[in-house]
Design a protein around this ligand. Structure first.
Ligand code: ATP
Ligand code: MG
Ligand code: MG
Length: 551
């Protein structure tokens, strides 16, 4: 395992515990249920749940569900399942910001009564114009000086459903000239006549993210509210609400830099577009950067957690190389995945000097280092090797099989290619070979045979489908499209190659969904979660054996 990179929040938490500021830390992971979790979320999950675990605290799972139009129960279920798959469990039941809608509404009324919030009738476009810009102060809305009574009445009528979407909004009265745009009378409540997956039709006004987040943290007793750097400028507002409302606790917000990975999209909106427009087969397509996609691809939770440790937690911007994630899964599978042989493009081999009907059950170790026992490969007269392991006109230094050349079959004998049988079009359909009976576990006499190739017996091997996945995007920065195109133009057209009629060694016939293997010389593979059946396996390539990208 690669050493972890520093996490600047560890010493902060340690100091807060040492000083007695907190007896126990409480963190939260707050996804909006508007899509599936992706690898960027994994960083936040590992950070929030990881700190809680490390320091004996707790981590809540809270759905940040203030935007009902884009949210769905499907996403809630998927998020819970993915967090658990990554190896974490939240404290108690999962929580919902919508559980706090009554309390948040009460706090909004409290602000109105204190003269710190008002109902604004400016349209969204007008409000934008009044807001000013980074270089220009904003202007006060003409509705800013409404009386408390009028504001209470209008807010009650907003809640009662008297006005259409966008007609009015409740805003905090802070400072339209603040250099921080977030303090220019931010919106607290919007009118949105929408059905909510948790609260049904109870509400037609919904609190903004800013008005919800910090107060939800306070309600839950969150001690360290950790978010990505985009929210740094929101921190003064986060603190303004905590200072101006009768909240039960004073959480603190800390920001860290989000994970950006090259060759990878980590935006739920774009991932949803890939799904909706059927560029992939779903949120859990093995090419997706979603956790459910990585899971189906064959990634392990350990590898993803280890990757997050390797990345570290800091406030520097940067792009992490996808090679680091691929290293992490290779590293874990090298240590844990049993070895097996699977011939992806079968070419029949007949060992002409091997007696018909004879079978030798050869035992091969399942793993070169770990004690995982053995599997049995029946060696017989008819076998399959990969068509790519025989070349009539081999390049110099070729170490596989060539006319009259020799090669060792992995864990078995040395064979020599005597004759290639071709069909009418000149395609090789069968190789006639002879074996050297003195070479089982021994070098041949008087000559060196360098090459070793994989093989399976014709009888006993199982026909299977193999899906060779590659990176979904061919460009290191897929967000950036050339000539006004979109990220979709960067899709790698060869990101999936489906091979049918592959032959796997007998021990793979009963592979269970999600069983992982190293197919010798081919890479790491996983029996597909959805489509693989014992007796008819389907294998997904998780990652190649070595980093061959771009070579
Ligand atoms: P997206 O941009 O994909 O919609 P989001 O931040 O809107 O992401 P949320 O559901 O709000 O998605 O995210 C939940 C938590 O995960 C937040 O605390 C957010 O900061 C964190 N998170 C999201 N993306 C990343 C990332 N790339 N790296 C680290 N943390 C992330
Ligand atoms: Mg968000
Ligand atoms: Mg988002």
């Amino acid at each position: 395992e690669t050493p972890a990179a520093p996490n600047f929040l560890r010493p902060i938490v340690q100091a807060d515990l040492d000083s007695g500021k907190h007896q126990k830390i409480v963190t939260r992971f707050p996804p909006e249920p508007n899509g599936y979790l992706h690898i960027g979320h994994a960083k936040s999950i590992c950070l929030n749940f990881g700190l809680a675990k490390e320091f004996g605290g707790e981590c809540n799972l809270r759905f940040d569900d203030t935007n009902p139009a884009k949210e769905d129960q499907e996403y809630i279920d998927a998020i819970k399942s993915d967090v658990r798959w990554l190896g974490f469990e939240w404290a108690g039941e999962e929580r919902y910001a919508s559980n706090y809608f009554d309390q948040l509404h009460g706090w909004a009324v409290e602000l109105i009564k204190a003269g710190k919030a008002y109902v604004d009738d400016l349209s969204p476009d007008e409000a934008r114009a009044y807001r000013g810009s980074l270089t220009e102060p904003g202007k006060n809305s003409p509705f800013r000086e409404r009386s408390v009574e009028e504001n209470l009445d209008l807010f009650a009528r907003m809640k009662a459903g008297e006005f259409p979407d966008g007609a009015r909004a409740l805003r905090a009265k802070i400072d339209m000239a603040s250099p921080n745009m977030n303090l220019r009378d931010p919106i607290l409540y919007r009118i949105r006549h929408a059905h909510h997956h948790q609260t049904g039709d109870k509400w037609c006004i919904y609190p903004s993210y800013d008005f919800t987040h910090g107060q939800s943290d306070a309600i839950e007793g969150i001690t360290h509210s950790i978010c990505t750097l985009e929210f740094e400028d929101h921190r003064p507002l986060y603190e303004w609400f905590l200072a101006n409302l009768s909240v039960p606790a004073q959480p603190r917000q800390y920001e860290f830099s989000r994970l950006n990975l090259n060759y990878t999209i980590t935006s739920k909106r774009k991932l949803k577009q890939l799904v909706d427009e059927q560029h992939v087969e779903g949120w859990d397509d093995p090419r997706m950067s979603t956790l459910s996609g990585y899971r189906r691809r064959g990634y392990t939770p350990e590898a993803i957690r280890n990757f997050c440790e390797m990345v570290g937690v800091n406030r520097a911007s940067g792009v992490v190389d996808i090679g680091m994630l691929e290293f992490s899964i290779r590293d874990h599978l090298d240590a844990t995945a049993p070895r097996a042989m699977c011939v992806l493009r079968p070419l029949k081999v007949v060992i002409t000097n091997y007696p018909e009907g004879q079978v030798e059950n050869l035992e091969l170790a399942r793993h070169p280092k770990e004690d995982m026992g053995v599997r049995v490969l029946p060696f017989a007269r008819e076998l399959y090797i990969d068509a790519g392991d025989y070349d009539e006109n081999p390049p110099k230094g070729y170490k596989r099989l060539e006319p009259n050349g020799e090669v060792r079959l992995r864990g078995s004998y040395v064979i020599r290619a005597d004759e290639a049988i071709k069909d009418a079009d000149g395609n090789i359909v069968e190789l006639r070979c002879s074996y050297d009976p003195g070479t089982l576990g021994k070098n041949p006499e008087g000559r060196k045979v360098k090459g070793v190739i994989h093989w399976v017996p014709a009888v006993g091997s199982v026909e299977c489908e193999v899906r060779l996945y590659d990176r979904l995007f061919r460009s290191a920065n897929p967000e950036k499209a050339e000539d006004g195109g979109s990220f979709l133009d960067n899709i790698n057209p060869d990101s999936l190659v489906v091979l049918k009629g592959c032959r796997a060694e007998p021990s793979l016939a009963q592979a269970q969904a999600e069983d992982r293997f190293q197919f010798e010389r081919e890479g790491y593979f996983c029996a597909d979660l959805k489509d693989s059946q014992p007796g008819a396996p389907v294998f997904n390539r998780t990652v190649t054996l070595r980093d061959s990208w771009g070579q």
